[in-house]
Design a protein around this ligand. Sequence first.
Ligand SMILES: Cc1cc2nc3c(=O)[nH]c(=O)nc-3n(C[C@H](O)[C@H](O)[C@H](O)COP(=O)(O)OP(=O)(O)OC[C@H]3O[C@@H](n4cnc5c(N)ncnc54)[C@H](O)[C@@H]3O)c2cc1C
Length: 397
Amino acid sequence: MDNLVGRRRVLAGGGAAFLLAALEGCGRGILKTGRVDTSAPPVQPRLQLQPLHASPDRITRITVCTRPFRAEGPRLDLEQIGTKTIVHNYGHGGSGWSLSWGSSSIAVQKAMATGARDIAVIGCGALGLTSALLLQRAGAHVTIYAKDLPPNVRSSLATGVWSPDSRICLEEHATPSFNALWENMARQSFQTYQTLLGLPGDPVEFIDTYGIRDDAERKTPTTPPADDRPPFADLQRKLIGDLIPNGEDFAPGTHPFGPRYVQRFPMMMFNLTAYSRLLMSDFLANGGKIEIAEFHTPADFASLRQATLINATGYGARALFGDESVIPVRGQLARMIPQPDIHYGLFYRHVSFIPRRDGLVFQFTGEDDYYGYDDAGTTADRAEAEHAVDTIAGLYT
Ligand SMILES: Cc1cc2nc3c(=O)[nH]c(=O)nc-3n(C[C@H](O)[C@H](O)[C@H](O)COP(=O)(O)OP(=O)(O)OC[C@H]3O[C@@H](n4cnc5c(N)ncnc54)[C@H](O)[C@@H]3O)c2cc1C
């Protein structure tokens, strides 16, 4: 118990006077005089958490990546280019991992419907790997052609949580038919992820996450933009709310984070190193082939023997297909030395902390979803990384 973040540790930090009233009131009981009854045995706060060692000097890596956002949502149509039938499967914004199984299952049905059984997948990120595995399960021979493989693909630089409506489209494009498509993808992915729990290396696991607020007022999870830019779609609560258990509230004094308001909710997390390796090894064990290849225009596909291709090139589709509807949304992660005893995530003041087994992940997520919008820059911002770490570290002092 000693090394848990408990009330004593919190009291040692700033704001001790306020906390004393809140925590001691909870822990020992208040006398009629309003003073704390110090004769009563101390009671630990209801919520006890292992302390996180968060400090900027423990940062091991800062990564920057672009989300492939399309205002109208992912592209999943068929295109005929010369003799090749291309099934598109790109443009999943900040939801590529979360929606991958459902989206790729749609692409695979379309590819199999061409009658081909020797099929090429272009790309080896979240969408390429899940497309390839689902094609194999449907009975196809599959070759992945890609410029880069994990861990050198953009997918490997994602936060790694179930976030199926993160920057998936603009609200104005969330039509009834899009919503039905999205709901189908989200539910199918969610169910597939349940089959990946409990495996060696924990490629997928559930963790508790604590949303922490400075005041009692509860805010919506997605903040609409402050200016007149169109809002992003908010689909998860509306369409698949039944998949998300209710949060549990902790008032000040019942948790280790001082005079703050805390809500606990479960979250599905992807340990991307183990998870990508699992997808790659399953694909290879099923007889899949991988070839390193870069395509500069769709005409380059003529060199492939396969007539049917799934295009899972993500942000790369912007240059390859000249598709300027793919907008880069920059996102940066600060990675820190793993702490195997930490099994909870935190969200506080626009910073998220995820306890991935392959490295703790800190991220400043911005005031709203336009943070990083139309920014293809990949230069690391050390100040932003340190701000993210310091914000979370501040919860423990
Ligand atoms: C900071 C950040 C955090 C994120 N967090 C999450 C999260 O927690 N949960 C979630 O669900 N999503 C998250 N995302 C979004 C997710 O990472 C993307 O939606 C997803 O990675 C897209 O995968 P993809 O397979 O389409 O593309 P990629 O991973 O980019 O893969 C594309 C593949 O195509 C290949 N390729 C591209 N162009 C060519 C070419 N011309 N020739 C040959 N090969 C080519 C590449 O080499 C690569 O193999 C996050 C994104 C960012 C930036």
